[in-house]
Ligand binder design. Structure first.
Ligand code: 5GP
Length: 143
């Protein structure tokens, strides 16, 4: 990890202004500067983990505890019907800022965006392939 502060660390430090919505010892939440919908909020761990994969379950748990409170508050603030909560986890997944962050994007009945499934063409896998993949994932968890 480089010694330079990530963009989001600069936001936490107040070196780049932001509309802060929440802060505690481990986490920070603020409005996205280019909102995809009113109330689009970003939640980050203060430690600049690049990806979710770099966090321990305990550290991720601290973020998820805040996420559970933040999501309904964001929805209520803008009168949203629902929300899309997502992480672009890695550059190939579209992550631009290398400091893991959860997008909370308010959603409305008539916003015509659809589910995130629309991003994908779908993978055509038979049962053997599905079974192999499931076993591989399970063995990765027990390592
Ligand atoms: P990513 O593509 O990495 O998942 O999302 C990065 C997000 O950070 C984008 O939605 C972008 O609008 C937001 N962002 C980038 N720079 C700034 C900034 O300086 N301030 C704030 N508040 N959001 C930013």
């Amino acid at each position: 990890m480089s010694d330079e502060k990530t963009l989001f660390e600069q936001i936490i430090a107040g070196e780049i202004p932001s509309f802060t919505v929440y802060e505690d010892e481990h986490t920070y939440a603020f409005l996205d500067v280019n909102p995809l919908a009113p109330g689009h909020t970003l939640l980050i761990p203060k430690h600049p983990y690049e990806r979710l994969n770099d966090m321990s379950a305990e550290e991720a748990g601290e973020v998820f505890g805040v996420l559970a409170d933040l999501v309904p508050a964001v929805e209520a603030a803008v009168g949203a019907d629902a929300s899309t909560v997502a992480v672009n986890n890695g550059e190939e997944a579209g992550q631009e800022v290398p400091h893991v962050h959860w997008h909370i994007i308010p959603r409305f009945e008539d916003d015509n965006v659809g589910p995130i499934h629309r991003l994908f063409d779908g993978a055509d896998l038979d049962d053997d392939e599905m079974s192999d993949i499931a076993a591989e994932i399970a063995s990765g968890l027990s390592d």
